[in-house]
Write a protein that binds this ligand. Structure first.
Ligand SMILES: [Zn+2]
Length: 446
């Protein structure tokens, strides 16, 4: 019997070691700073502007109020089609329910700061990348009339400073309640005028960091028709209003894998944009370091993620698990790899099972040698025929080599030469392809 038990134990250990925990190389919690969103000075300014605007609109008969109307909100943000992340935001602060100086949010937690009157939704991950590329838009959560807006303010605030005003839009709803959309991008505010109406989901501006702000986020503040603060989320500790104002209220924690990515160096968060280095890459060659990374919103204590790297033929290269040892508003974790120098080459996959879903990210691993089987990667750019040459257009920022279709020879037009193969062009190690560089292919035949 003893022998049997020993054998059983060994088999069991072998089975579990097949997919074992592997501590991340790096990453951790991403903390969005908790600082005041609208200063007293700014509130006084906005108050006087609103008094003037609403009086004018009332005189023109453009601002009627039906106190019996009921207002419900849709989510006030959307990502554009260009953003390939699974999701794009996390929540740092709700309305502070405690007037005494302590912190309490609607769910009896402490995700707020003292005296906060709104909800802070920040973009995650790579908030400055999303800001620079206009990838997240602020949209009207409910229909109403524009009663205030401001544009033209600096929008890359990373630290809190006095005397600032945000790029903003204020909407009055049919019941007289108001929504304040704060911190948007310079030059992005809707061209609609004060007094014009908007429908639910209508574009208001691009999410940014103007006014009293330490990073790109939306401060979404709701006031009833008497000016009292509303917390749209209903929960045990909401002392302000009895009902949810959301059409469909999200849970307090919504565990989400916002993004599954690969990078050619460790991803760096920072502020302002210049200190953030996403290092996105989906193209790797032998000798490159492949960083596989996960970006979570509301990752919970004890949650397990199953991870896998698969070769181009779908066979398993490595599988591992990762357990969260805390609960985070936002967190990220990465592991790095050196793939075998002899391949296999082609389209690899990085997979994650999280919260009942499987997420897949593909990346290309290419050999430096020419081979008829190399045309396995994703298409990079589009070829355009010119008078005497073909042009690939702009090289994507995350690839330092391009693949040339069979039958074309390639010359690099400026500064340096590339190693030319019948099917593939790889630049020399000391040749830097800058984002926006062009490759020109002279049409020829082998
Ligand atoms: Zn706020």
């Amino acid at each position: 019997m003893k022998k049997f038990y020993l054998l059983y134990t060994l088999l069991f250990l072998t089975t579990i070691s097949f997919s074992q925990q592997l501590a991340p190389t790096g990453g951790g919690e991403f903390v969005f700073e908790k600082t005041e969103c609208i200063s007293t000075t700014e509130r006084l300014h906005v108050k006087s502007v609103l008094q003037e605007n609403t009086q004018k609109l009332k005189n023109e008969g453009k601002l009627t109020i039906n106190k019996n109307a009921i207002v419900y909100f849709d989510w006030p943000l959307q990502k554009t089609a260009d953003l390939e992340f699974n999701s794009y935001y996390a929540i740092s602060n709700y309305v502070d329910q405690d007037a005494s100086g302590s912190l309490r949010d609607y769910d009896c937690g402490m995700r707020t700061y003292d005296g906060h009157n709104g909800i802070d939704i920040y973009t995650w991950p790579f908030d400055w990348y999303m800001y620079e590329n206009d990838l997240v838009e602020v949209i009207a959560a409910a229909p109403g009339t524009i009663i205030g807006k401001n544009d033209g303010e600096y929008d890359q605030r990373c630290s809190w400073a006095n005397g600032l005003i945000a790029n903003y839009v204020i909407i009055q709803h049919s019941d007289g309640s108001r929504a304040f959309y704060w911190h948007m991008k310079n030059g992005s505010i809707t061209t609609k005028n004060i007094g014009e109406s908007v429908v639910t989901g209508e574009y208001l501006g691009v999410l940014a960091s103007s006014g009293y702000s330490t990073g790109p986020h939306l401060h979404f503040e709701v006031r009833d028709n008497n000016g009292n603060v509303i917390e749209p989320f209903q929960g045990t500790c909401n002392n302000l209003n009895n009902q949810s104002w959301w059409l469909s209220q999200q849970p307090y924690r919504k565990p989400t894998l916002n993004a599954i990515l690969t990078h050619n160096d460790a991803p760096a968060m920072g502020c302002p944009a210049v200190n953030e280095s996403p290092n996105f890459s989906t193209c790797f060659a032998p000798g490159d370091t492949v960083y596989t990374a996960l970006y979570f919103r509301d990752q919970l204590f004890g949650e397990m993620t199953n991870l896998r790297l698969r070769r181009p033929d779908n066979s398993l290269f490595y599988s591992w698990t990762f357990n969260s040892n805390n609960t985070y508003d936002s967190s990220y974790w990465y592991w790095y790899w050196f793939l075998p120098s002899n391949g296999p080459f082609g389209l690899w996959t990085f997979e994650a099972d999280y919260n009942g879903e499987t997420f897949i990210h593909e990346f290309t691993y290419l050999n430096g040698d020419a081979s008829p089987n190399m045309w396995t990667g994703p298409a990079i750019g589009n070829w355009h025929q010119n008078a005497s040459y073909w042009s690939l257009g702009h090289i994507p920022t995350d690839c330092d080599y391009v693949i040339i279709p069979s039958g074309y020879e390639v010359t690099v037009q400026s500064g340096n030469t590339a190693n030319c193969y019948a099917l593939e062009v790889r630049t020399n190690a000391d040749f830097n392809v800058m984002p926006g560089a062009e490759f020109h292919a002279i049409v020829g035949s082998d």
